[in-house]
Design a protein around this ligand. Structure first.
Ligand SMILES: [Zn+2]
Length: 614
């Protein structure tokens, strides 16, 4: 029996299981019995032994847990999450979004540059976002910057400040402060970043060039292509964003790849499998490009989406079962172009989803957020004295971790920025009035009557059925509803369940080791964190997930940890559930534990602002 050498000083934690997914020195993953020794002082893994060692080998004060036969996995790195704070904090926030992540074994999230106001398209915007995150993160949080027309001069300063990559849109993003880029903007971003260790990512949908023979009518339709059918019919929506939108955008990006041969290019949330052969061919020709797909494209199919169920709206859309099957084949193939799987967690308030009445029983933490009349620009926010803060008291610690609201609180937070941050936040602007929230494509007023905004109780079902004379227009309208799906923290149950169903049918399906590779190891690499995140090996951050792959459970609204408990996954039965989550050696979540499972009592997550070097 190999006895690990326990560090002479400082407390240690020992986690063990007969079923652990380790990362070996050559980066291969191995499902094996293992014992992991963690230094609480550094939060790092000190040593890994490929057998389950008995408790008696360690000093008596050691915190020792043998989880056999549950799986011990590296924490997931979700490389595509929209946290929306500051600016649209009523949609999501650092506190609730990272709690949802922690409850599902996700130990690092990487925040997208849009939907917060300001967006992360300038250094100043990044500083504001960092300040807003202070004291609120339950897991570690990295950040992307944005590429928009005219911000090329901001890209390298954002790299210096620690952003993990950049994202640009080839089609309307849905929010006015994050406009789409032209080919000229893409070329400029590529040449600016060509010698920089970063990732340039694209929302790959674009309107195909209009053929001369099509005539004027097409040119008059609003993008995306004008709907032809009932607006609450999912097929009308699906037909309006065909696969050619995606293939066209991918071709556009590839046509410029020669401008930056070393730069890592990446397609976010790939849905249409027609892109796969194009990307495979490009990779074969030496172009450094990869793609990600999302849990919802692998676990949901358009064939099953009822008309009016706008919880399923996202862009690009969820496509057919046949498309889903081909996505699974692509991820199962080692030569495939899809290397990572992410959530694209992109919530909004239930009002913006324009849910039909039968879907309008909404659970929500805390008081109703302010709702703005985004058509007229009139701020419908409740009077200040009636707005309660969304306070969260960390039970057990007695420490109030209420999000920072006042200037003074923010300034204090800035003074306690992490010492590894190279960012000067002293020059932050005073908080400006927040802009109105805009709904993508929406001209619909979904403001609720003020009385209803007052009457919601914490943690109870909320009946949002509108008064008839004040009913929001456009309920169930897939074109007017906000596009985005909430699922951060559900990745393991979704993939494990769907993979098991596929395997039972004899179809290609990833093993738990494959899931770890695509959701932890490869996502960490995608954002330049492979040296510390996404693997269980000595020297790595002790980010650990305990997954009970035999637990069968059904997701109810009350199980959702994100701010607005609306998701197409509600009511789905999963096989496999995360039992515990550890971030840098500290247990932050335990299913069924005190403080609604957040047993650590304190948000120990950190902003990741180290300059990317890999
Ligand atoms: Zn997204």
């Amino acid at each position: 029996m190999t006895v690990p050498s326990v560090p002479h000083s400082g407390p240690v934690v020992v986690l063990a299981s007969t079923r652990t997914v380790l990362t070996l020195s050559d980066d291969t993953l191995l499902l094996t019995p293992a014992t992991i020794l963690i230094s609480l002082g550094t939060g790092k893994i000190v040593s890994v032994t490929q057998e389950v060692l008995p408790r008696s080998l360690f000093p008596p004060e050691t915190l020792y847990q043998d989880y056999s036969p549950k799986l011990l996995l590296p924490g997931l790195v979700d490389a595509h999450v929209h946290l929306n704070e500051p600016g649209r904090t009523e949609w999501e926030g650092f506190n609730t979004g990272t709690k949802a992540a922690a409850s599902g074994g996700v130990t690092t999230v990487v925040d997208m540059p849009l939907n917060a106001i300001p967006p992360t398209t300038t250094l100043m915007g990044f500083k504001e976002k960092l300040a807003a995150s202070q004291g609120q993160c339950w897991v570690d949080v990295g950040f992307y910057g944005g590429v928009v027309p005219g911000n090329a001069d901001e890209l390298l300063p954002l790299v210096e400040a620690g952003v993990r990559g950049f994202k640009g849109f080839l089609i309307d993003s849905g929010v006015e402060e994050f406009p789409a880029v032209s080919a000229k903007d893409i070329a400029l971003a590529m040449t600016t970043l060509k010698d920089t260790p970063t990732t340039l990512m694209f929302h790959a949908e674009m309107l195909p060039p209009i053929a001369a023979s099509v005539g004027d009518a097409v040119q008059q339709s609003d993008p995306p292509a004008q709907p032809a059918g009932e607006l609450d019919s999912y097929s009308t929506f699906l037909d309006s964003r065909p696969p050619v939108f995606e293939t066209c955008a991918v071709e556009e990006i590839l046509s410029m790849a020669h401008l930056a041969p070393q730069l890592h290019l990446h397609i976010v949330h790939l849905s249409a499998t027609e892109c796969a052969p194009i990307l495979r061919n490009a990779r074969k020709n030496g172009i450094n490009i990869t793609a990600e797909t999302c849990f919802h494209y692998l676990g949901l199919a358009s064939d099953d989406i009822p008309d009016g169920d706008t919880r399923h709206k996202c862009c690009p859309p969820i496509r057919s079962q046949t498309n889903q099957d081909t996505l699974w084949d692509e991820i199962a193939d080692p030569n495939g172009c899809i290397k990572t799987i992410v959530s694209d967690h992109s919530p909004c308030t239930p009002e913006l989803k324009l849910l039909p009445p039968h879907l309008q029983t909404i659970y929500q933490d805390g008081p109703r957020p302010a709702i703005r009349h985004f058509d007229s620009g009139i701020d419908m926010t409740l009077p200040e004295e009636e707005q309660q803060k969304e306070g969260v008291v960390a039970i057990g610690s007695g420490i109030n971790v209420t999000p920072l609201e006042t200037e003074q609180e923010k300034e204090e937070a800035m003074q306690t920025m992490p010492t590894n941050s190279s960012i000067d936040v002293s020059a932050l602007p005073k908080e400006e009035p927040k802009k109105s929230a805009l709904s993508v494509d929406s001209s619909v007023d979904v403001t609720l009557p003020q009385e209803e905004q007052h009457t919601k109780e914490v943690g109870h079902p909320v009946d949002l059925t509108p008064q008839t004379d004040l009913a929001p227009k456009g309920q169930g309208d897939f074109f007017a509803a906000w596009g985005g799906i909430s699922s951060v923290g559900l990745g393991l149950p979704i993939l494990h369940t769907t993979a098991a169903e596929r395997a039972a049918r004899g179809d290609a399906a990833p093993s738990i080791v494959d899931i770890v590779r695509m959701c932890s190891q490869a996502t960490a690499r995608q954002v330049g964190l492979a040296h510390c995140k996404g693997g269980l090996r000595a020297g790595m951050d002790a980010d650990v997930c305990v997954f009970d792959d035999a637990d069968v459970w059904t997701l109810r609204a009350g199980d959702m940890r994100w701010k607005n408990r609306v998701s197409p996954w509600e009511g789905h039965t999963f096989r496999g559930r995360v039992q515990e989550t550890w971030v840098r050696g500290r247990r932050v979540f335990q299913l069924g534990g005190e403080n609604a499972g957040f047993v650590g009592g304190l948000p120990v997550g950190r902003p990741i602002v180290e300059r990317r070097t890999e």
